[in-house]
Design a protein around this ligand. Structure first.
Ligand code: SAH
Length: 375
């Protein structure tokens, strides 16, 4: 493990040097650009060079906490397929599938039900080469055709069911700072000590946001985060939903409606870190603004439901029944682990409430499973 860490920190240093050279040349860079380079630089970006997920990585996600998470989402996909009229061909797509664990658990669950596996192909939108390799390994025996895609735009045509867990939070954000009655781009510059520091760029003209801010009488220094890449994903889904049935489930951590504040965070080895230290070597994410996503989906002409808490979604999809079933055949130690995993997914002090789910469908479809009461 030591050599890997060494080379990773060397790449991080190289990325720092490159970013500093760029800032010296063109001036401060926006937070969005900084985040994008840190995460996605082809040579030294976080996702290009690391296996971030799991106990030995930097962070853990719901499918890695409990197999029940993926199993229930598999059942969700199955019911979504049925509500499309069980089409003969359906694409089950996942955006940012990590190690492939969610998809493997989902496919195992649906393979016990009639029909779906004969009609489905799996399409994974993933930019990270190390994670693509992990997904290939995890899904080798899944009994279904799997294809990989760089973006939503290149997903195969036809009826489409999309799952995205902790994908949107990894897309870069812009941060706008409200100062003296104007919005300013929050940027990154070189500090006197040679490191990186935040600064504010010149004022921006963003008319609708300005009026909104004035009507809310935002305090000086308020930060608004916007995520152009997420809007692009929603627009791409909407364009697919115009041609054929589409249902999407987006699960992530974030807030129900737009809030003001700085949520950019860095995580390394399961601890918070400074987002401006070790670029490319730490995970960078920011809260998902579910209100903005929902507005974007509706503006694009789709129907959006929620968000609802992860706790409510999983309970509604039959979490307890599945847990009891698994416990029947489990040893006492396994039972303890199963219960602990489920607790972590639904406990309001853990992932139960901060994590939320938003469903988006093309207009002709009924509300997706679990979202019926939100219609
Ligand atoms: N859904 C997984 C992994 C979440 S981590 C889980 O729950 O365990 C974020 C995932 O999104 C990783 O697979 C990462 O490589 C991928 N990702 C990040 N940015 C991306 C982008 N712009 N396009 C496609 N995939 C991306």
């Amino acid at each position: 493990m030591a050599p890997t860490r060494k080379s990773t920190s060397m790449e991080s240093t190289l990325l720092s040097v490159r970013l500093k050279a760029q800032i010296a040349r063109i001036g401060p860079i926006g937070v969005e650009h900084y985040m994008d380079v840190c995460l996605s630089d082809a040579a030294a970006g976080y996702y290009a060079s690391k296996q971030p997920i799991g106990a030995a990585g930097d962070f853990i996600t719901a499918p890695e906490v409990s197999q029940i998470f993926g199993e229930l989402l598999g059942l969700w996909a199955y019911a979504s397929w049925q509500s499309m009229g069980s089409p003969q061909q359906v694409v089950l797509a996942e955006l940012g599938p990590g190690r492939g664990t969610l998809m493997a658990d989902a496919l195992r669950a649906v393979s016990r039900l009639p029909g779906f596996m004969d009609c489905a192909t799996v399409a994974l939108v993933e930019t990270s080469q190390p994670l693509r390799r992990a997904q290939e390994e995890t899904l080798a025996g899944a009994g279904v055709n799997v294809s990989w895609h760089e973006t939503v735009e290149s997903l195969p045509r036809g009826p489409l069911i999309v799952i995205a867990n902790e994908f949107i939070d990894a897309l870069p954000i812009r941060q706008l700072v409200w100062r003296e009655g104007q919005w300013h781009e929050r940027c990154v510059q070189i500090a006197a000590n040679g490191g990186f520091e935040f600064c504010e760029g010149p004022s921006l003209v963003v008319e609708d946001l300005k009026r909104n801010a004035e009507s809310r009488q935002l305090p000086e220094g308020s930060i608004l985060e916007v995520r152009p890449a997420a809007n692009a994903v929603i627009a791409a889904l909407a364009s697919r939903g115009k041609d054929s049935p589409l249902t999407a489930l987006i699960i992530d951590y974030g807030h129900e409606t737009t809030e003001y504040g700085d949520t950019l965070q860095a995580v390394s080895r399961h601890k918070f870190a400074n987002p401006l230290h070790a670029p490319g070597n730490v995970d960078l994410t920011a809260h998902v603004d579910f209100g903005a996503l929902k507005d974007a989906a509706r503006d694009e002409g789709m129907t959006a439901y929620g968000p609802m808490s992860q706790r409510d979604l999983l309970s509604g999809l039959g979490l307890q029944v599945r847990l009891e079933k698994l416990c029947e055949d489990a040893s006492p130690e396994q039972r303890e682990a199963l219960v602990a995993g489920v607790d972590r997914l639904v406990d309001p002090a853990a992932m139960g409430v901060l994590f939320k789910a938003l469903a988006i469908t093309s207009n002709e479809l009924p509300p997706p499973p679990g979202f019926e009461n939100l219609a």
